[in-house]
Design a binder for this molecule. Structure first.
Ligand code: ADP
Ligand code: ZN
Length: 435
């Protein structure tokens, strides 16, 4: 099922034409209305007339989060304040938050993006959609809410937290679709497992999970699908570009379709800033083709991924994005080796004995990096003998060494001692950055 069949299955040549028309308009619009864009284009020696089609996009300068911080709060807005109807702010995971402003049309486009995702997951007006993303400045809650409303589903706006009540309402109102971060979904699943009054298959009606806002892995998908008896789908987005629903998976779970008629993606080499070969990994860059309030032009997301242009079995022609490995600034360099937390998550989840909760601590002692990983055993394995625990530990250490190329100090900690997240999980403490 498609939400907007004409657009989602548009011939790529025709899509390119639409993107070209929209880019030409956008460049003129931002040049005329925003000093920031005018100055940068003037400096780069590019005039709006030089941009005649989407092929000319590479003539335009890139922008980064720091630009939005420098022009905080609203100096990159292109629409007059009277036309702004909503603000959001990024969660500030990596520093000072940035503020986004939306016109009514921006909210419609954003909701359409989420509606396309939900429809691709098989969600319809028949469904009860529990939105356990945080409501407020974070785009997750209201973004998922507006998208679910657009398809006419019944929205249960629980926001994040208060897990016991979430489970009660999920049961009593027969929630079919759960929207939250994968780490909160894992916590909910654990809480349901530990609740003697709730059986996932008998008492719950969950069918679909719409998970995003942080990196997650195929192994986490399997874990959540099994534990919650659902199909779990990726939803991707970021505040600077609008919010969740910049793209989402289809029923084939084989890459996240990006809604390219609204959000034009490019992949560049983060060092040379040149486009990578098709299909190669690099940094994802977006240009918003329809946004009015706070458009962005060639915005560097710092998210590392690759794009797949082959037509998908679902019939959608829109490009697919591979799993996000992480942001370039999530990458830890430990003893000279590049380590992504998502790789560690994936290894831990290969072993059914572990809960999937983990915490990484990195420090530097006597000029040598230390690398500690805390993991928990599932309650049914927590009482294993010391010998058995040692065996389990060795197996995981060996796996991590073979995948990462360096050896962590692994610690099996008490069940439930690793802090659970209700939103985006914090998996890392890098003490070297505090020094
Ligand atoms: P902040 O940048 O402060 O965390 P956002 O909520 O805008 O605020 O976060 C957007 C970022 O979250 C994306 O750039 C990406 O790194 C991450 N993200 C969002 N959705 C996904 C997803 N489905 N998979 C992996 N990472 C995601
Ligand atoms: Zn598809």
């Amino acid at each position: 099922m498609y939400f907007n069949e004409r657009i989602e299955t548009m011939e790529r040549l025709q899509l390119r034409q639409l993107q070209s028309e929209r880019l030409v308009k956008l460049v003129k619009y931002t040049y005329d209305n925003v000093k920031f864009y005018r100055e940068r284009m003037d400096k780069a020696g590019v005039k709006p007339e030089d941009i005649k089609s989407i092929d000319d996009i590479s003539k335009l300068p890139f922008m980064q989060k720091q630009d939005l911080r420098d022009y905080y709060p609203t100096d990159t807005f292109a629409a007059p304040m009277k036309d702004i109807v909503r603000f959001h702010a990024s969660s500030g995971t990596t520093g000072k938050p940035i503020v986004a402003g939306y016109t009514q049309n921006d909210l419609e486009c954003w909701a359409e993006g989420v509606a396309r995702c939900l429809t691709a997951y098989g969600v319809s007006k028949e469904d009860i959609v529990q939105v356990s993303y945080g409501y407020g400045l974070f785009t997750g809650g209201l973004g998922a809410h507006d998208g679910a409303s657009k398809i006419g589903a019944a929205v249960l706006p629980t926001s994040s937290g208060n897990t016991a009540k979430q489970i009660m309402l999920m049961k009593d109102l027969k929630t079919t679709t759960l929207c939250c971060t994968p780490s909160y979904a894992l916590f909910l699943a654990e809480s349901i497992e530990n609740d003697p009054d709730t059986d996932v298959k008998k008492d719950l009606h969950l069918r679909v999970g719409a998970f995003g806002a942080e990196p997650w892995t195929e192994n986490m998908r399997k874990e959540l699908e099994k534990k919650l008896n659902i199909n779990a789908y990726d939803i991707y987005g970021l505040t600077e570009v609008s919010g969740p629903g910049v793209g989402g998976e289809c029923e084939y779970q084989d890459g996240t379709h990006l809604w390219e008629d609204m959000f034009f993606p490019e992949i560049i080499d983060p060092v040379t800033l040149q486009p990578v070969e098709p299909g190669q990994q690099g940094e994802l860059v977006f240009t918003t083709l329809t946004k009015e309030g706070m458009p962005v032009v060639r915005y560097r997301t710092r998210d590392l991924t690759h794009l797949i242009y082959d037509k998908c079995r679902c019939g959608r022609t829109m490009v697919r994005m591979g799993r996000i490995l992480g942001r370039s600034d999530d990458m830890l360099i430990i003893r000279g080796v590049n380590v992504f937390p998502s790789t560690i998550e994936s290894c831990i989840l290969e072993f059914p004995e572990y809960t999937g909760q983990y915490f990484i601590t990195v420090d530097r002692v006597n000029n040598v990096d230390t690398f500690d990983v805390d993991v928990e055993l599932r309650p049914d394995f927590a009482n294993a003998s010391e010998d058995e625990k040692k065996g389990l530990k060795d197996k995981l250490v060996n796996r991590l060494v073979s995948v990462l190329g360096i050896k962590p100090s692994l610690h099996i900690v008490e069940p439930n001692s690793i802090e659970r997240s209700q939103g985006k999980a914090k998996h890392v403490l890098d003490k070297r950055k505090l020094a």
